[in-house]
Design a binder for this molecule. Structure first.
Ligand SMILES: [Fe+2]
Length: 208
């Protein structure tokens, strides 16, 4: 019978395995999005790469678990992911993820920026603030964002938590084709069931 392995032991073993594989020069076989695998010095993790804020960031959006506040038409999708500390991969409990994306037609709501108080409530859509749990995990439902020229499908994030540097980044959603965000900021949309699923790459925050 297999004995259960504690999370700390598992993490230690995984680091040892990744470190040994990197040393052996088989980096291509590693889990590409593991921060340990990305670390240049083979020991310390690195935070998620920053990306452009873009012109459509709205502050003070409501806390929610469904971005599609006004029931727009489109392909439903559930997004999951985790927020971890870059140095030791511990969960960032209560991390706030400000999320914004296009609807199924490639439009933001609003197509503008500034505080949410500037807009009518009906104008705030396909965006909101998602709060991670004690284990750093987050989930929300939304629609599959449509791409808009010249950009591939993506979701914007501004992630903040006490004791950590605020991170602005984007996740790129692949339909099978390569996307420009690199393996550490992109993933594939899964369409095995009625609702599409996207398990976002881990978001690694650096401590202040
Ligand atoms: Fe965008």
């Amino acid at each position: 019978m297999k004995r259960p392995v504690s999370p700390s032991v598992h993490r230690f073993l995984r680091r040892r395995l990744l470190g040994a594989a990197a040393f052996a020069g088989v980096g291509g076989a590693l889990t590409a999005c593991d921060s340990t695998a990305r670390a240049a010095d083979g020991g310390n993790c690195v935070p998620t790469e920053r990306d452009a804020l873009g012109p459509f960031y709205v502050e003070n959006t409501p806390v929610l678990t469904s971005l599609n506040r006004w029931n727009r038409a489109g392909e439903p999708m559930i997004v999951t992911g985790r927020v971890l500390a870059a140095d030791d991969e511990s969960p960032v409990a209560g991390a706030r993820l400000e999320v914004w994306q296009t609807d199924g037609d490639g439009r933001y709501h609003p197509q503008g920026n500034g505080p949410a108080e500037m807009y009518e409530d009906r104008e705030i859509d396909m965006r909101g603030t998602v709060v991670a749990g004690d284990d750093g995990a987050y989930t929300y439902d939304t629609l599959v964002p449509a791409p808009y020229w010249p950009r591939p499908r993506h979701i914007h994030y501004r992630v903040s938590a006490p004791g950590f540097r605020t991170l602005v980044t984007q996740h790129y959603l692949s339909d099978g084709e390569p996307v420009p965000g690199g393996p550490c900021r992109s993933g594939s949309i899964e369409r095995a069931g009625e609702v599409a699923r996207f398990d976002g790459p881990v978001i690694y925050l650096s401590r202040v």
